[in-house]
Design a protein around this ligand. Structure first.
Ligand SMILES: Cc1cc2nc3c(=O)[nH]c(=O)nc-3n(C[C@H](O)[C@H](O)[C@H](O)COP(=O)(O)OP(=O)(O)OC[C@H]3O[C@@H](n4cnc5c(N)ncnc54)[C@H](O)[C@@H]3O)c2cc1C
Length: 420
């Protein structure tokens, strides 16, 4: 190695991709100093701020990820935004290698007329609000007036949104929804939620467990037209077992006991316009046979994916909204992981597999990478210029405070600001 100092690696983004990569690096290069930066005061990315608040089992992975940064190396440096508090050039001067693991936070747009009408919202904005993200703000829609909602998309996020709208307050008691979203969902007079898919049930990207959960809700019933379901899955690509299991689950929804809220699946319909004068009143849909129909709704939540944002100094594929890469390598000493590398696909464990293998590639490359030009500690530099870096201890105190103030039955009382 040309450098006499131990390898230094910066990871930007403390979501699952960044933290699993940090884990892999600390195993492959135990002598390395690994710093994990995040623009938020809290680690865990979309596990804390995307995964649905009633899926605490999925969020439990944060306990393992927390243990990783509790040791001090990898070191967590929260509330440091790449592109605002620190530039990529500066990071590259301080570390042998920099890994971008900044995710894909921007809602994709359908690009159809009326998309900016009040009442049309993206799942990213909606989930940031109900997950008490620091940028979540107030609810992007007036839930108190919603009787019929459309959820556009056929992936697990669409199922999350439909389920959260459909669940009773009692079913949300053990979630980590804070008071505002909890009250807003409770006051939503929804009677029908229509899950709209451009393609058919076989092409849908639901996982079977999430889909099946809709059949077990207290006050809501899934509704599927038998005619919409093919008798066999045919030549569709992807995981045949999941598709067969999904189809069997949907068949089970054809004839279910009547409950007050309906979750209706509408396949082979592409939204071509959102209609309304000052607020959404209907969605214009094009059927697979070319015909059109209007679906009256008070709310539309688009769940059609996300894209990343360009980072100064790094290449960017504007079409896909990712940092172009070959197996995570961007340029000598510059890497990308997780959603920022492959787009918004896969589940949390996909980031583990990817992060671990990227760590192996970085470990293989590191000896050939030039030593950092500046061997000072960036943490000190940031503090000197007034960046209020959040340390692991700050985060840990906050975490304990959220848990200590949890309402009865809830795991925590999430705060969008750091509790000191
Ligand atoms: C609504 C929703 C629900 C989901 N539910 C599930 C689920 O139930 N089960 C499941 O397995 N998967 C789920 N996923 C997918 C899962 O969350 C992702 O696979 C995973 O979080 C992607 O990891 P990542 O680290 O690439 O990105 P992220 O988790 O988004 O992490 C990126 C991190 O980078 C930080 N960052 C961004 N820009 C900057 C910057 N300029 N400077 C510093 N830091 C920055 C962000 O603050 C964030 O912490 C869900 C996703 C969404 C959107």
């Amino acid at each position: 190695m040309p450098s006499e100092i131990a390898p230094r690696i910066a990871i930007v983004g403390a979501g699952p991709a960044g933290l699993y990569c940090a884990d892999g690096l600390s195993r492959n290069l135990p002598e390395a100093r690994i710093d994990v930066f995040d623009r938020l005061f809290a680690p865990f990315g979309l596990v804390r701020y995307g995964v649905a608040p009633d899926h605490q089992g999925t969020k439990a992975v944060t306990r393992l990820l927390d243990r990783l940064i509790a040791k001090g190396n990898p070191r967590f440096l929260g509330q440091v935004t790449l592109g605002r508090d620190v530039a990529l050039d500066e990071l590259r001067r301080h570390y042998h290698a920099v890994v971008l693991a900044t995710g894909c936070a921007v809602d994709r747009r359908l690009g159809v007329p009326g998309e900016d009408l009040p009442g049309v919202i993206g799942s990213g904005a909606f989930s940031r609000w109900y997950n008490s993200h620091p940028d979540g703000g107030t609810c992007p829609a007036e839930l108190g007036a919603v009787r019929r909602a459309a959820v556009i998309g056929n992936g697990n996020v669409a199922i999350d949104v439909a389920r959260l709208l459909a669940k009773s307050s009692a079913e949300m008691a053990a979630s980590d929804l804070t008071e505002g979203p909890r009250a807003a969902f409770a006051a939503c007079p929804v009677e029908e939620i229509v899950v709209v898919g451009r393609r058919g049930p076989v092409e849908a990207n639901f996982t079977t467990a999430e889909l099946a959960e809709l059949g077990r809700l207290a006050r809501a019933m899934p509704v599927v037209e038998a005619d919409d379901l093919p008798t066999e899955i045919g030549e569709a690509g992807g995981d045949r077992r999941t598709k067969e299991a999904n189809l069997a689950t949907l068949r089970g929804f054809v004839d279910v006991p009547v409950k007050p809220v309906r979750i209706r699946f509408l396949f082979h319909r592409a939204p071509i316009a959102f209609e309304g004068s000052s607020h959404l009143s209907a969605i214009r849909l094009r059927r697979a046979d070319g015909g059109e129909e209007s679906l009256p709704v008070d709310l539309a939540v688009t769940c059609i994916g996300y894209r990343g944002e360009a980072i100064d100094g790094a290449p960017f594929d504007a079409e896909r909204g990712i940092v172009p890469n070959v197996e995570g390598r961007v340029a000598p000493g510059l890497y990308v992981a997780g959603w920022a590398a492959r787009g918004p696909s896969g589940v949390i464990p996909t980031n583990r597999t990817d992060g671990m293998s990227l760590a192996g590639r970085i470990a293989a490359d590191i000896a050939a990478l030039p030593a950092p030009a500046d061997d000072g500690d960036l943490f000190d530099r940031l503090r000197e210029r007034g960046v209020a870096v959040v340390t692991y201890d700050d985060w840990h105190r906050h975490d304990l405070a959220e848990i200590a103030t949890a309402p009865q039955g809830a795991p925590r009382r999430k705060s969008p600001v750091l509790l000191r």
